[in-house]
Design a protein around this ligand. Structure first.
Ligand code: HEC
Ligand code: HEC
Length: 391
């Protein structure tokens, strides 16, 4: 997909979600605690919902991301172009939008009639990143060099493959990054570096990362118009952004997004990795990332989400994490790639990580990491609305 199109999607989704959360937050302040409220449903917020009813707003937006990724389309390919500047105009109908509605009903009927209602056939099964599914097999494809296998997609089909157990792979990892004793001595770190991504228009911006064992993490990107941060305090998580970027600057994370923030925080202190997941599975078929052989361990989080961890077979280091969040029409993937491992007070840490999801990509390159730094508890507290600085 073209970069420009991805960016449009990313901005639209981010802004939209935050905008809608604003509505739910406002309601939460109506005398009763926000947590006790049932989630806002798509049809409560949007004006023209005919088939994707009965799902929370956040999952609805994830479903839009799933459509866009499955067909490689922009938001404004299915929606009128004016919707990029006006949320109301997303309600306008277009031919593609009406076809997409029909497709949801068709997909549901196929799954109900043939797969006991399980989501076996999705938009992606037929569309594979194309607006129009292929009808006729291609001889060029059949006889050409197949594209490289996508390591994110690896699964255990049938019998697990022979090889090291999850415990053995995790032990090798812990040994590779410094060993249990050394890891136990790392109780916090403060890092500085640069961030670049779709949401920074690919210019480099200063980033700070604060982490405290066992599982607190704050990532703060200093954008020219104000700070953008993701914070996990050990229990709750928030995403905050300047109000010039989003209508509601502080957004609490829930569901898969909250679990993802927890996993990121826990992986910052791998000493406890075996306790951080409720179960582990190994026995994935052999696969590679680039030209490096990797070993895969799948962990299940306390909330029941699957996270696949990819370890370099030779060095034992963690090179990738793949995880999923739920939508009405299927699971959407995201992955984080780790590289540039450097030693910080006896522990090897990745200084470079690239986060990729259906709506965008961002890269963090650390320059300095201070081990066992004293970190003010306020760094992990619910953020206040970031001050917007005029651009
Ligand atoms: C493949 C076509 C398609 C793409 C791509 C798509 N949408 Fe949609 N969108 C729909 C359909 C269909 C509906 C109506 C769903 C229904 O009736 O249940 C909808 C409804 C909406 C609504 C509700 C509007 C209202 O008030 O009723 C919003 C908001 C929205 N989409 C945002 C987005 C955003 C943001 C993106 C980009 C990430 C996007 N859509 C991408 C097909 C699409
Ligand atoms: C069983 C296969 C299948 C599934 C599943 C499927 N589609 Fe389609 N889709 C098609 C076919 C076939 C067409 C017709 C293409 C044409 O007219 O050339 C189509 C057409 C479309 C079009 C119109 C494209 C155009 O240019 O006119 C949209 C939009 C679309 N699908 C969206 C979706 C969405 C969203 C989903 C998931 C909810 C989905 N499709 C699931 C097979 C499928």
């Amino acid at each position: 997909m073209k970069l420009g199109s991805r960016r449009t999607i990313h901005y639209a989704v981010a802004t939209m979600i935050v905008c809608l959360m604003g509505i739910s937050l406002a309601r939460g302040q109506n005398g009763q605690p926000a947590a006790a409220e049932k989630p806002l449903m798509a049809e409560d917020v949007f004006k023209n919902i005919q088939v994707l009813r009965g799902i929370p707003v956040k999952e609805f937006m994830g479903t839009m991301g799933f459509f866009a990724a499955s067909l490689s389309l922009n938001c404004t390919d299915c929606h009128v172009s004016e919707s990029s500047n006006s949320w109301e105009r997303y309600a306008d109908d277009t031919q593609l939008k009406n076809t997409a509605r029909r497709m949801v009903l068709m997909m549901n009927a196929i799954n109900k009639g043939n797969f006991e209602g399980m989501r076996m056939v999705t938009c992606y099964s037929c569309h594979r990143g194309n607006q129009r599914p292929e009808i006729t097999p291609s001889l060029a494809e059949q006889y050409g060099t197949p594209p490289p296998e996508d390591p994110d997609k690896i699964e255990i089909l049938g019998q697990p493959a022979a090889g090291p157990s999850a415990d053995q792979i995790l032990d090798k990892y812990i040994q590779a990054i410094g060993g249990t004793q050394q890891l136990a001595k790392l109780t916090s770190f403060a890092a500085k570096g640069t961030y670049e991504g779709f949401d920074s228009d690919f210019s480099k911006m200063p980033v700070e990362v604060f982490a405290k064992a066992p599982n607190q993490l704050a990532t703060v990107i200093h954008k020219p118009n104000g700070d953008k941060s993701t914070i996990y305090d050990g229990r709750a998580a928030w995403a905050a952004a300047p109000e010039t970027d989003v209508p509601v600057p502080v957004l609490p994370l829930a569901g898969g997004d909250l679990e993802g923030a927890k996993v990121d925080a826990e992986l910052s202190f791998p000493a406890r990795i075996k306790q951080d997941f409720t179960s582990f599975r190994a026995g994935f078929p052999a696969t590679t990332i680039g030209d490096r052989a990797v070993q895969v361990v799948e962990g299940t989080t306390s909330g029941g989400s699957r996270v696949k961890l990819y370890f370099d077979k030779q060095s034992g280091l963690l090179v990738r994490q793949v995880r999923y969040t739920n939508t009405l029409v299927g699971l959407i993937p995201m992955h984080v790639e780790y590289s540039d491992y450097r030693e910080v007070s006896g522990v090897k840490m990745p200084f470079h990580w690239v986060v990729t999801w259906t709506d965008g990509q961002g890269t963090i390159q650390l320059a300095t990491v201070q081990a066992n730094a004293a970190i003010d508890a306020a760094k992990f507290a619910k953020p206040t609305a970031p001050k917007s600085v005029a651009r």
